[in-house]
Design a protein around this ligand. Structure first.
Ligand SMILES: *[C@@H]1O[C@H](CO)[C@@H](O)[C@H](O)[C@H]1NC(C)=O
Length: 402
């Protein structure tokens, strides 16, 4: 009986021991699980926090970027404004510069008369007026007037394209409009008034020419049209056309083989023709390497070239030029159209001296001149400015006779 009891007791003990053992294990595992759960919960919370923070950060960054962007555009706008202001200041400076610079530059007039001698010269001129007149007559030009100012400006009309020219024949009072930079058609009006009242170019008499004029560089003089003819591959010519009979009466070869554009701001103008009281003048550049405008006096009847001068007036930044009384006036501007001004004067007789060279400053306009044509009878300029037809009235004074 005793061994059975012992076995039972030992079995019970073993059973109870195992139970305890398993219980402990379970507790241990449960604790571990709880700890893991806690950790998981903690990580979950952390991830959530990180996520939220990342979201906030992203939002913040977006706001900052947007702010930077508007600031940048504001800065850009400010800069643009500053650029415009700088441009305006530059123009004003330009204007002041012109106003304060005593005279336009005069070339070939080496005889710079000193201020004190001036009155003397003038009184001498009055005393020996007859003799001076004789002297002038023997020179190339017998005209004794120079421009002293621009009295008025009249914007008459806007017809045609940005480029072109218009002029009036002093003999017939007829107005001729050349639209564009080349063509074989010109428009004729009976008078400036007629042109002013017309509906565009449709009310004109169209004249079809037997040749193609090139660049707005023609001139009308005593019923004749003088034009530059420059067909590709062919030589450059000056053509004389009788408007009444409708025939080409004469033509002559250009004095050089490969002329370059005469004004750097108007490259369409191969060469320019100007008519004044003295006759016909050709303005051109002999080659691309020649920096100055050359002037040739032409015989309006036969188109012979009588004399050629290097005027010393640079082609750079020149937009147009015209001749009054044997004196060349070159008009300059800037590439970004500013205010046109006469900055170079050349007198073929070498009579105009620096002190009396006109200081001409064109009134504020729409842009830049494509052409300026002088009418000796009315003493006014016919200008073409971005399709606007403008008349400038000039005031004249007598040249000092030295
Ligand atoms: C004038 O010339 C411009 C081009 O420069 C052209 O567009 C326009 O149609 C022309 N007008 C007339 C009436 O010929």
């Amino acid at each position: 009986m005793k061994p059975v009891f012992v076995l039972l007791v030992s079995t019970a003990w073993t059973f109870t021991g195992a139970q305890y053992y398993y219980q402990g294990l379970m507790d241990y595992l449960e604790n571990r699980l709880l700890a893991i759960e806690d950790r998981m919960q903690f990580w979950h919370k952390e991830t959530h926090r990180y996520h939220a923070e990342a979201k906030d950060f992203k939002k913040l960054t977006a706001e900052i970027v947007a702010g930077l962007r508007t600031e940048h555009s504001e800065l850009f706008k400010d800069m643009e404004g500053a650029a415009v202001r700088a441009d305006r200041v530059e123009r004003e400076m330009d204007y002041i510069g012109i106003q304060t610079s005593p005279r336009a530059c005069v070339n070939k007039a080496d005889k710079v008369v000193e201020q004190g001698v001036w009155g003397l010269e003038e009184s001498r001129g009055e005393m020996e007026g007859e003799n001076d007149w004789e002297e002038i007559r023997s020179q190339v030009s017998d005209c004794t007037q120079i421009i002293s100012g621009i009295r008025s400006v009249k914007i008459l009309k806007r017809v045609g394209g940005p480029q072109g020219m218009w002029t009036r024949d002093p003999r017939s009072s007829r107005v001729y409009v050349f639209n564009g930079t080349s063509g074989d058609v010109i428009h004729q009006f009976d008078s400036v008034q007629d042109f002013s009242h017309s509906a565009g170019l449709t009310g004109s008499r169209q004249i079809r020419l037997p040749f193609v004029w090139s660049g707005p560089g023609c001139a009308v003089h005593n019923g004749y049209l003088y034009c530059i003819k420059h067909e590709s591959g062919a030589d450059v010519q000056v053509v004389k056309y009788d408007i009444v009979s409708g025939t080409v009466t004469d033509s002559s070869m250009f004095p050089v083989d490969s002329p370059a554009h005469v004004y750097s701001l108007n490259p369409e103008v191969v060469a320019d023709l100007a008519a004044d009281d003295e006759g016909l003048w050709l303005l051109y550049a002999p080659s691309d390497s020649e920096p100055n405008i050359n002037l040739a006096k032409m015989d309006p009847a036969m188109l012979d070239i009588e004399e050629i001068w290097d005027t010393g007036c640079p082609r750079e930044n020149a937009e147009a030029a015209f001749v009054v009384c044997g004196t060349l006036y070159v008009v300059y501007n800037t590439r970004l159209a500013s205010r046109s001004r006469i900055q170079c004067v050349f007198d073929v007789n070498d009579v105009v001296v620096s002190e009396e060279a006109p200081l001409l400053y064109f009134p504020r306009r729409y842009g830049a001149h494509v052409s300026l044509k002088y009418n000796p009878e009315e003493k006014q300029l016919y200008g073409w400015d971005d399709g606007y037809q403008i008349i400038y009235r000039l005031t004249m004074k007598r040249k000092l006779l030295v």
